[in-house]
Design a protein around this ligand. Sequence first.
Ligand code: PLP
Length: 286
Amino acid sequence: MSRVAYANGRYVLHRDAMVHIEDRGYQFADGVYEVCEIFRGALIDEKRHFERLAYSLTELQIAAPLRTGALAVVVREVMARNRIVNGFIYVQVTRGVAPRDHVFPPKSVSPSLVVTARHVDPEKNEIKARKGISVITTPDLRWKRVDIKTISLLPNVLARQLARERGAYEAWLIDSGGMVTEGTASNAWIVSEAGTIVTHQLDHSILRGITRTTLIEIIAAQGLKLEERKFSLEEAFAAREAFITGATTLIMPVVCIDGRQIGTGAPGQVASKLRAIFHDTAARSS
Ligand code: PLP
């Protein structure tokens, strides 16, 4: 079956979908995006993803290309045309097409909207979760507003490539004070020796992960202890467990950081349990 994409008002074959060479996303990375999981035919935490998209657009003063209701229709159409049962929907909005100039184009220039969907075999992720992943650490070279989900991802790309070259799945980014901010495409968490779950507090130096937000609700409902604060690499090395969260990985146990075994070296109980119950709590919309 051929893949279908939505690009600026048209459903087209994925291989034929094009953006203009003067699209500001192409020239300046002047745009934002969202990735939302599709699980058993339903969108997971769709409302929160759309809210974050609206936040990112507002922060960058990019007009919404469609009202939320209309965007939801496009997203469902792309899911249906690609017959996605398990996978992801990708939504990208850029400031539109205009002659290259750093200054914003006139308001008459419409934002560009692209929506694609991809099938993923959920069992592959489950196999990975049963084993746990390795992460490396590298300095956080990103700009100071990573709470905005922009398509400007070069430092993330470089860090992720480094992880790949070192045989790891993810890279944790370390700020100038030696504290872990987050992963290149995930939020970072540890479970301390005392059993407290720790993740970086919300501010401009991490993305407000949707999986993170939902997981915090689950943690509270489970009566587990949570601290939203910075943690150091040394604290992570000494942790009982570590894990990452993201729409593409869900809750994924980390068993090794920079070649050092975390906890027993096997996926931890807390991470595994939270992973097992995540989809029961996250909002589903079809
Ligand atoms: N942090 C960064 C830098 C990300 O790119 C992502 C997801 O792409 C996340 C965290 C996790 O966010 P979410 O749970 O919304 O997928």
